[in-house]
Each structure stands twice: as C-alpha cells, then as structure tokens.
Design a protein. Sequence first.
Length: 151
Amino acid sequence: MRALRSGRRQRGAAALEFALVAPVLLLMMLGMIDFGLRLDAEAVVVNAARDGARVASLGGDSGQARAAAQNASYPSATVTVECLLSTDLVTACDDGATYDVARADKKTTSNVVRVTVTYDYSYITPLAAWIGLNSTANIQKVSYMRIEGIS
C-alpha cells in the first residue's frame, strides 16, 4: 500500500521538470544557432575584403577589386576601395578609375590598397529581441595589402 501512495506523488514530476528545463534549453539552442550564423557571416565578410585587396594589390583596378569583393560577399554588402599612397594621402579609387603602380614612388613600400566590406547581419532567431538587443548587427572588416610590382 505504501508503494502505491509514493507512486502517486511522483506522477507528473517528469513533466514539471521538463517544463522548468525546456526554456533554458531552447535559449541555449537559439543562442548557438545565432552565434554560429554570425560567426559564418563574419568569416565571409573578412574573406571578401581580403579577396578584393588581393585583386587590387596585383594590379587590378578598383572596379575589379570591388567586383571580386562583392562576388565573395553577400549581395547587400557595401564595398569601398581606397589607395593609400606613400604620402599618406588617401586617394579614393572607388570611382572605377585605375591607379597606376608605375606612378608610385618606387623607393617606398607604403603604397597599399585598403578594401572595406560592410554588411548588416540580421539575426535569424528572435533571441536578440527577447534579451533587448537590436535585431541586426553591423559587420565591417578592412583588409590592407601592399601594391605588388613596386621594386
């Protein structure tokens, strides 16, 4: 008789424990999904900046560098290409104009190209909104490379 009574007190205990633990498990799962997707987006953006800078550093014009970075990134990402010449003067190369490596001062190694890729990442789960954060995050990565061919 005593065994029968203790069984009645245990009835529903598993359901109650699950009800207490399920929200925590759900939050952890959503956090892992968002963290993984954001990490992937950051890797895509940094690789796109590196691809664009590499094209520009090998003598490609700014249009080719921008196209390489755009192709390696997300369609909605913003790409800018700038030339940093030896005089520390920033020459905007983002208008599609070519920059002549032969014009650069051949005695310096500070002629570099800078490619910036900016992407607005939207979280896929509502976790950010639940904890009071913005539902989007701005990811901006910059890559610098020396212009090759300078001797």
